[in-house]
Design a protein around this ligand. Structure first.
Ligand code: KG4
Ligand code: ZN
Length: 345
């Protein structure tokens, strides 16, 4: 079962091929990625129309490349998977349209995949794959969620951000400090040279007694600090970055540990772009080691958006009997689509 996967929900065009024959975890044969970051940087954020147009230009050359890398020809593909949502409507339509047209031309099957399910399952492609059940901490640019995952297709939401996502908190704070888009990795790099206790920043909802998050107040606190610093901002930027990162990481780690206690589970899976953050990884590693919790991450290059996780999720859903191979090439995309909507009890 050869699966070709397309990811085009935001500012990365990802194409990948997995082999999902048998019952083992699908094997990644090849993957290629084009990041539009340089193009959007001039605007300080993603410009949806530019994103769609660029996906159109990248998707077929990337497909040729992964087929070549995998030593396959298009006709050997059994299933074409694409990100159906959530994401930018126009960007999603590119992947969906290309996937369905390609599958129709080949007379092969097609499957729309939930982007967050892709992120959530991406650690299965690592050298240290998790086992079910586990708690998932999903931290991307648009989502911050804690979930209980009992098996493929079973996603119980334990808590989520009531306003900004963790990635957004990184990006917006970075923007306030004059760092380029997307701010997360830039802020993290700057923070390496800063003092994380230099500024006292709020840890919203830390003691709320539930597993929800809130990051909007943090962004406001960073803005207030930046204004207060005025001319001094440049000199203290690394300290402010380090303090901001520490606040975000502190909340993510404490809430994740609370989720482990609440569920009584002993495995934690971290997924999504912010999962690449080095401080988050080291703090989670330490907290989990203390509690005897095993923690799993995607390979660093599969933390942010990519096609591999989409092909993987399609394969794992097929293997779990949640989907059947089908033609039928009409498609829609779901820009706003909660993972709970596809969850099975
Ligand atoms: O999962 P992702 O690639 O896209 C979405 O589905 O949203 O996540 C992108 C987010 C951005 O907010 C980016 O700033 C953040 O992940 N990010 C990081 C790091 N690498 C990516 N945030 C903090 N530290 C990093 N090293
Ligand atoms: Zn994503």
């Amino acid at each position: 079962m050869i699966i070709l996967g397309f990811e085009s929900s935001c500012d990365e065009t990802g194409v990948a091929i997995v082999d999902a024959s048998g019952t083992g975890v699908p094997k990644l044969l090849a993957h290629a990625l084009f990041s539009q970051i340089d193009m959007h940087q001039a605007y300080g954020g993603v410009v949806p129309e530019l994103a769609s147009r660029d996906h159109i230009q990248r998707v077929l050359p990337l497909t040729t490349q992964v087929l070549q890398d995998a030593g396959l020809v298009l006709n050997q593909v059994d299933l074409v998977a694409y990100t159906r949502g959530p994401g930018l409507a126009g960007a999603l339509l590119v992947g969906a349209g290309v996937a369905c047209a390609m599958a129709a031309a080949l007379g092969k099957s097609v499957m729309g995949v939930h982007h967050l399910e892709g992120h959530l399952l991406s650690p299965f492609l690592s050298n240290d794959p998790p086992e079910f059940p586990f708690v998932a901490l999903l931290v991307s640019g648009g989502h911050t969620q804690l979930m209980r995952v009992d098996r493929v297709g079973s996603y119980e939401l334990l808590g989520e951000s009531i306003d900004d996502a963790a990635g957004e908190a990184f990006d917006k704070s970075a923007k306030l400090m004059g760092l380029p888009y997307p701010g997360g990795p830039h802020l993290a790099r700057l923070a390496e040279h800063g003092d994380s206790i230099a500024f006292k920043l709020p840890r919203p909802l830390l003691h709320s007694g539930n597993l929800d998050f809130s990051f909007a107040g943090l962004k406001t606190a960073v803005l207030t600090q930046a204004k207060k610093l005025g001319d001094q901002l440049d000199a203290r930027k690394a300290d402010l970055a380090a303090s901001t990162q520490a606040a975000i990481v502190d909340v993510l780690v404490k809430k994740s540990m609370a989720a482990m206690t609440q569920t009584g589970l002993s495995r934690l899976v971290v997924a999504g772009g912010v999962g690449a953050n080095a401080l988050l990884r080291s703090e989670l590693n330490a907290a989990c080691a203390k509690r005897g919790v095993r923690v799993h991450y995607p390979e660093l290059h599969l933390c942010t958006d990519n096609g591999a996780m989409i092909a993987l999720a399609a394969g794992m859903r097929l293997q779990a009997g949640l989907e059947t191979l089908q033609g039928g090439y009409t498609f829609d995309v779901l820009p706003r689509w909660g993972l709970a909507e596809i969850s099975q009890k």
